[in-house]
Structure formats: structure tokens, C-alpha cells
Write a protein of this length. Structure first.
Length: 320
């Protein structure tokens, strides 16, 4: 088996050199091959993943060695193929990794050890998971609009300037965002599903006053905020959390609950949750939507999206 380690050289973890030295030593003693590819520009991981997948198919594993941006790109490169992806959380936020490894406090050394990349006894299960298709691109984690996109944008800038802050950069970014009114406008037409009965129903609003709208394949984003604590990666559905526009004094007590995953319809009448199969979201004034996928801002005035069931093969720990 060939293991293709796609490395983001500017990702946030300072221990990369030590980790890779140990893994290189291990691969010298086993039959499996270790190939290291460093990304050189935005989107490079997509092309690298595609190239190796086309060459080796299921006989290689693409290992994401970075943060959520690297995971996003590799997922786009491998969607619909037989080549699995393994995630080593070497970035700043590592929000998708929080879901698949079941903790907000990830220790990358423990992940490396659990996969057997230090011992040479490499072990994992392959789990097909869903993706979100949006305008032909793929999202593996969360597509979001409004307040959370503002926090994501400012948080990334802060993290880039002060890498030592790690995911705390996103917590800092909340404060300048909250200094402005939490009233944004959006239009949407979505097909929802009652998970208990399987019955489909439609939700549509042409001029929705909202604070945030998160459509989730996984659970965490923005450095650990949790709009969908019970998301299932292979259920063919997307969880959503839609929060009405509100003044600052009403928003402040809700933020800790949103971070912990306990903000529900029972907690506040301004919160709306459920499950989506597909839909359309568009700007009310033909400006770019205030939105992003997997922490990467996009420039669309309209987004058509749908869940793509079991579109990506993911390497998961044996006890996952």
C-alpha cells in the first residue's frame, strides 16, 4: 500500500517535523511506501489527490496533513473515487477531526499512534461518508452563512498573524463581530426530512432576517462551535441550525450554548433545527452571500446544494 502524505507547510502544528521523522523511520522498516507531497498554492491538494487516485486507485491512501482547508481540498479531489482519505489533524482548527475522533481536545500524537503509523502495524477501517455538493463543489464539514462566516473570516486572519493562539483566534474574533447588529438577510428554499417518519416537507422564505444559518454534514466549525452535536456522517441527511436575527443582549447568553452544542429549539424560540436533503439559498439583493464551506469563503449570489450519500471513503480508527 502507498500512503500519500499531503502536507500543508503553513498549517498550525509545530510538531510536524518530529512526527514526520518518526513516521519516516517506521516506513523504512515495512513494505508499505510513504510518499510526501507539500502543497504549494491554494487548491494544490485537490490536484495531488486526484493524480494519485487516478494512478493507484484503492491501492493508496491519501493522508491529509494540515487543517480543515487541506481536508476540504482532498475531499474534493477524492469524491466518488475508491481512494480513501486519512486525516492527521495538523492544522489550527481541526474541526472535522474533532467529529471523527470524538473530542474537542485532539492530540495528534495519539491519532498517529492509533493508526499504527509509529509502530508500522498500520490499522484502520474504511467508512463511506456523505458529502455536500454545492454548485458542483464538495463540502465535507459545514456550510454556513451569517455571523459564523464573519467569525470564521476574522478568526483565520487572527490565527495567521498569531499562530500560537490556535483555535482561540476564533473566540477572539467573536467580539468585533458582535459590535455590529446581528441582522442579515437571506432567501432559501429547502427540502427537509422528518427523521423519525421519513416524510419530506418544504421550507421557504424570500427575505429571512437571520443571525446565522449552518448546514452540517459533521458537527464542529469555527474552532469548536457545535451547531449539530448529533450529526451522522453516513445517514444521507444534513443537520441544520437557523437562528433568527436578534439584538446583542439576546445573543450573548446563547453563544456559550451554541459552542457547547446545547442550543436547541427548547432553549430559544429563535432557534430552528432539523434535517435537509437539498435546497437553494440566494442573496436578497444580488450581492455575494455571506457564506463559506469548510471555513473557505465563497463568492456566490446563489447556492444550490444537496447531500451526496457515501461519496467519500474515510479511514477511521478501529474502535470508531
Amino acid at each position: 500500500m502507498k500512503y500519500i502524505f499531503i502536507v500543508n507547510p503553513i498549517a498550525g502544528n509545530d510538531d510536524k517535523s518530529i512526527i514526520f521523522a518518526r513516521m519516516k523511520s517506521t516506513f523504512r522498516q515495512i513494505d508499505d511506501e510513504m510518499i510526501i507531497e507539500s502543497t504549494k498554492y491554494k487548491g494544490d491538494a485537490v490536484n495531488i489527490a486526484k493524480r494519485y487516485s487516478e494512478k493507484y486507485g484503492k491501492d493508496c491512501v491519501i493522508v491529509s496533513c494540515g487543517g480543515d482547508g487541506t481536508v476540504h481540498e482532498i475531499a474534493n479531489g477524492l469524491a466518488g473515487t475508491d481512494t480513501p482519505m486519512m486525516v492527521l489533524p495538523l492544522g489550527t482548527g481541526n474541526d472535522f477531526a474533532k467529529k471523527i475522533y470524538g473530542t474537542k481536545k485532539i492530540n495528534v500524537e495519539n491519532v498517529v499512534k492509533a493508526f499504527g503509523l509509529y509502530s508500522g502495524k498500520i490499522k484502520y477501517n474504511i467508512k463511506p461518508i456523505d458529502l455536500i455538493d454545492y454548485n458542483g463543489e464538495k463540502c465535507i464539514n459545514v456550510m454556513s452563512y451569517g455571523l459564523d462566516t464573519m467569525v470564521e473570516t476574522i478568526g483565520r486572519r487572527v490565527a495567521a498573524k498569531v499562530p500560537a493562539l490556535g483555535h482561540q483566534a476564533y473566540n477572539i474574533a467573536i467580539f468585533p463581530v458582535l459590535m455590529k447588529p446581528l441582522h442579515y438577510s437571506i432567501a432559501y428554499d429547502i427540502t427537509c426530512v422528518d427523521k423519525e417518519t421519513g416524510e419530506e416537507y418544504n421550507m421557504r422564505e424570500d427575505n429571512k432576517d437571520y443571525a446565522l444559518f449552518a448546514i452540517c454534514n459533521a458537527s464542529y466549525y469555527g474552532g469548536g462551535f457545535c451547531p449539530a452535536p448529533d450529526s451522522v456522517l453516513d445517514d444521507g441527511l444534513l443537520d441544520f441550525a437557523l437562528v433568527d436575527g436578534m439584538p446583542l443582549h439576546k445573543a450573548l447568553p446563547l453563544i456559550p450554548k451554541y459552542s457547547s452544542g446545547s442550543l436547541t429549539e427548547e432553549v430559544s424560540s429563535a432557534v430552528h433545527t432539523g434535517y435537509i436533503k437539498c435546497g437553494k439559498i440566494w442573496s436578497t439583493d444580488d450581492s455575494y452571500l455571506l457564506g463559506n464551506c469548510d471555513g473557505e469563503n465563497f463568492h456566490y449570489t446563489e447556492v444550490n446544494f444537496k447531500v451526496e450519500p457515501k461519496a467519500l471513503k474515510l479511514c477511521v480508527l478501529k474502535d470508531y
